[in-house]
Design a protein around this ligand. Sequence first.
Ligand SMILES: Cc1ncc(COP(=O)(O)O)c(C=O)c1O
Length: 365
Amino acid sequence: MSKIEYVKLSVTDEKIRERYLEEIDNVLQSGSFILGKEVELFENVLAEYLNCKHVISVGNGTDALFLSLSALGIGEGDEVITVANSFIATSNAIKLVGATPVFIDVDDSMNLDPNCINKAITNRTKAIIPVHLAGLAANIEEIIKFAQNNNLLVIEDCAQAIGVKVNNKMVGNFGDFGCFSLHPLKNLSVFGDGGFITTNDTRLFEKVKLLRNHGLINRDTSIMIGGNSRLDEMQAVLGRLNLEFLNSNNRKRVEYATFYKENLKEYPITFPHVFENTSPVFNTFMIFYEDRNKLREYLKQYGIETKIHYPKLITEQKLYLNERKEIKKTIDLNKKILSLPIHPKHEFKEIEYIVYIIKKFFDTL
Ligand SMILES: Cc1ncc(COP(=O)(O)O)c(C=O)c1O
């Protein structure tokens, strides 16, 4: 078997490529390139897919978080509770608005543990940002319950979790805002940077919409200080086309995850917990294994590329070393994680081969 890359991002299917090119050509001929009717249409189809009231597209997932925090008035002197095992964007957004991240532990799903929030609260705590990491739902209903009882705001970081449902409700609908990334590595992506925000609160929707475009209510009148975080028409048409493939791609990820789990259950490997009544979408497929570096090296010898999400916790990054944290379980689990290939462009036989090699690893130990 030739090399198995961690993901397969190039567009090789001739028919699909033609459809992308056709859509791009329509935009070229339209003469409208930023925040036009295609962006609006994309926002509408996303709102329909996610069954939420409002979607505001933005420049990327980091901006989605930054603008959500800004719209909620979070800034200097405020604390935001979050996790250390995420892409650094989650806490950089907190820092960018001038607030302070406070890191708490995860539960067995590798996501923010609602039971750990209470201990971290101070009179400066304003919000919680749970991440639905790897496309597995956080215990969001408990997090929301806690937040409501303690007057805290919630921003869901859904960058890796489009299509995840909790009790039949799409993530992004639980918090005050849901923040999504359309980066090429996400389950729904564009061909560059992109992102969007969900909310069911019309007042917040109006505010964040102003923030993404210089506070402009029309071409010439600005009523709020804002920036430029606009999505362009080209990405919007490509994103809308990709949305057509999202459910089948997510199904394929689930199929591969199920195969991995079923076939590796006899080995000393465990997996992040999937809560009952939730439907994961496996943006990454994480396993826990004590000697993950050895397994990783073995797989590499057979041409199988794996990743670690993340080799450094956010709290291990230089500019975060002094932040308040209580993350013992996160640190323990993080030493054992390894992400196996699960991209929908992988063929089933490639997943079978990976399982075969992992079995061989354990059988020869
Ligand atoms: C959990 C998480 N949050 C936020 C982001 C930021 O998204 P973007 O790269 O689109 O800015 C990402 C994506 O990389 C992510 O994985």
